[in-house]
Design a protein around this ligand. Sequence first.
Ligand SMILES: [Zn+2]
Ligand SMILES: [Zn+2]
Length: 412
Amino acid sequence: MNYVVYAIPFFLLAILLELAFGLAKRRNTYRLNDSVSSLLLGTLSQARRFVTLGVGGYIYYLFTQHFSLPLMDASHWFTWVLAMVVYDFCYYWLHRMGHERSILWAAHVAHHQSEDYNLSTALRQTSTGFLLGWVFFIPMYVLGVPAEVVISVGSLNLIYQFWVHTEHIPKLGWYEWFFVTPSNHRVHHAQNDRYMDRNYGGLFILWDRLFGTFQEELDEEPVVFGIRGPLKSFNPLKALTHIYSDMLRDSWRTAHWRDKVKVWFARTGWRPEDVSVLYPRTKANLDRFQRYDPQVPRLVSLYAFYQLLALSAVLAYLQFNDLSYREGVAGWAILLATAATTAMWLEARSVARLMKWDLLRLGAILLLLVWPVGGVLEQGRLLAFAVYALVSFVFVGLIVHEPGARNPAPAS
Ligand SMILES: [Zn+2]
Ligand SMILES: [Zn+2]
């Protein structure tokens, strides 16, 4: 069973509690723009399966049919304990290669772009991990771990990782030795040279100690969160594709055929020599590091938050209703378009242009609402859309009339 869906309300409650705790202690670790951007990516990640369906399930089926030991007994506790440990071992290598190889980093990078570190960062997840991630779990299929056990321990592993995304919990004594904790996972999210490419475990940190990738969090080296080539955007489309497009560009530009292929399989950061000379990339200076933080009027932030709530409602609707494939794809497209425009509002762009994008998006949503059911209008959905669109119009109307909203401060 995939427990993640049921954990979502508790995740959101925990985010509110962490926010309140931070405010009370005068050590708030949240910025609305960064958190909304993370949660938009989390929403898209959850909705991805409506488009790709059961790719992973089909691969599992092929393996267990042809290359697997007899299926283990799902009712025996030993199966679960073994699956828990083997899953985390496979996860360690997926995660490590996810950082060390460009093609896998392209998928995993989405989890690391946030320049804050809080529980919303935990929900910042990729939508393209399904493409290659399954390769690393083949040992589980070959061992004959039943499908429901693989899915259950996978979702429990992900849920475990939620709580470690916080700055408020210090080191935890002996526990640090065996398990992934807030402290050792903070190191994993750092862009400091000293901390780079360390602490890959999901549940057990023992793998890192065993394979030489462990690094302790040090008092003299405060963590700077984020990635070395900063995204400087809240746009989920860009977040999910920027490394793929970097690789595509490098592969296109290089004159050498070998390098055109090597770009895709090389170590993360490797670039063809001719391309890196002609198109150098500069790394941010961490001593003078400034987080991407375009300033927008409070009403725009509220509008973005409203959009996030609407997206959560759409996701819940998709998850708890038995919908056709076309309806699922339409729902995902609505989420993607809305997430992308919401991010644009937070990037302090021209209000006149944003209004046009929003109108275009609302028109497209209306078409998508009609499309899945072959032209027959579904009244409940249309009514919900009408209320949603009306509130959106009120928001945009108020924003346009707010002094200073038309010419927002440029992005830093
Ligand atoms: Zn990572
Ligand atoms: Zn993380």
